[in-house]
Design a protein around this ligand. Structure first.
Ligand SMILES: O=C(O)CCC(=O)C(=O)O
Ligand SMILES: [Fe+2]
Length: 400
């Protein structure tokens, strides 16, 4: 089949899949933004007329294969994107997310119609970053990857840089245990005590991810969010997007941003196959956690990334796959001098590698460790943790 025919087929499939999700249902205008929650002060876009109009015209132009579809789809995409930003992320109604998703698909179809395959790919990929995961977006990105053909990434080599910073002297070692049973683990969990678990990570990733070309083959074309700057408390710190292949090019030279706290596995399901959610994540029988899923995050970066001392509202099993990280822990009730702004209230002002005890006296309960490939650190909910990558490092955290 020639590529023009394949593109026409992809567009037809997209339009039919969108219609199955309810985009063409009855007389109810589909693009009706949901009303704002009562307590939310920002005015939301409540007039649905422009979106509905753009939606109908985009469909019409796509069905008649008119290049005019692009300007209509782009305007519709902008509208739905704006709607997503009128609320904090966790308050966005699912309907708004579907609307944005459908607008993303329509825009990508219009870009395909104009023969701009890279732009269509990028549109769908950013859409996935925005909504996390969606079956039509996943299917579409797979078709587009087929259309683009394989790229050769062997130039990235087969190893990440071995160069490592010296390991800090450990004066307050965290306890270590070898592959405990789930029941033994539960006793640590119940005591709210951190523990470094050795020999519990036996996933394909432990072997496969040592090789940058392998990761590039799975995800090289894909766009992911990246953090740039020393750490998130610094003024110069910022976030952006990068293609995994380009990011790997930097990382193999010992540079690059930090792909931090990102569910790369929802975005690139091929990589999800290389890891396993540890059984330990399912022993927490705390009632309030019932039914809550395990949250997966990738933490991929060059040597020197720093996560300043902070705590999270989850139990955490932090698994190290490539390279080493130095971690410092303090108990939840430690006197760690948190920042006093809303955004940084979970973050301490103390530089734990150079504690100024005249400025910050009374810091107690410190534990330290270096996590190595195949090891997993249990960080109980509320425990403060500081993390510095001693070398190029790929880790995966499981919040539960
Ligand atoms: O690895 C890091 O830089 C930070 C990890 C972390 O904070 C977490 O898993 O909660
Ligand atoms: Fe954390």
């Amino acid at each position: 089949m020639d590529s023009e025919q394949r593109i026409r087929d992809i567009i037809t499939t997209c339009l039919s899949e969108i219609s199955k999700e309810g985009a063409f249902t009855g007389n109810v205008p589909y693009f009706t933004p949901s009303p704002p929650p009562k307590h939310f002060k920002n005015p939301r876009i409540t007039d649905a007329t422009p979106q509905n109009h753009l939606y109908t015209s985009t469909l019409h132009h796509l069905q008649t294969q008119s290049p005019q579809s692009l300007s209509h789809a782009t305007a519709l995409h902008e509208h739905t994107h704006e709607t997503l930003h009128t609320l904090p992320y966790n308050l966005i109604p699912p309907q708004d997310r579907t609307q944005y998703t459908h607008a993303t698909i329509l825009k990508a179809c219009a870009q395909l119609l104009c023969n701009d395959l890279p732009a269509a790919f990028q549109t769908v990929d950013i859409g996935l970053v925005m909504v996390g995961s969606h079956p039509i977006l996943h299917a579409l990105i797979t078709s587009l990857e087929d259309l683009m053909g394989d790229r050769d990434y062997t130039y990235l080599g087969t190893q990440f840089p071995k160069l490592s910073d010296p390991e800090p002297t450990i004066t307050h070692p965290a306890p270590i245990i070898k592959a405990p049973s789930v029941l033994t683990f539960q006793t640590y969990l119940n005591q709210n005590k951190p523990i470094l678990i050795q020999g519990a990570v036996e996933w394909p990733a432990l072997h496969l991810w040592q090789n940058p070309s392998y990761i590039a083959q799975q995800a090289g074309n894909r766009t992911v969010p990246i953090e740039i700057g020393k750490d998130y408390t610094e003024r110069e710190w910022t976030q952006g997007f990068v293609k995994v292949g380009e990011w790997l090019e930097e990382v193999v030279k010992g540079r690059g941003g930090y792909l931090a706290q990102y569910d790369l596995f929802a975005h690139v399901p091929q990589l999800r196959r290389d890891i396993l959610v540890p059984d330990y994540c399912f022993v927490d029988d705390n009632d309030s956690d019932d039914g809550r899923d395990v949250l997966l995050h990738a933490w991929f970066g060059p040597k020197g990334t720093i996560s300043p001392l902070h705590h999270d509202p989850y139990q955490n099993l932090f698994a190290q796959i490539v390279g080493t990280k130095f971690i410092v822990l303090y108990p939840p009730d430690a006197n760690v001098y948190p920042h006093d702004t809303d955004l940084l209230r979970n973050t301490s002002q103390v530089d734990v590698e150079h504690v100024d005890s005249s400025k910050f006296p009374g810091l107690e309960g410190r534990l330290e460790c270096v996590v190595r490939p195949g090891e997993m650190l249990f960080i109980p909910k509320g425990w403060w943790h500081y993390v510095r990558a001693l070398s190029t490092s790929l880790s995966v955290s499981f919040w539960f």
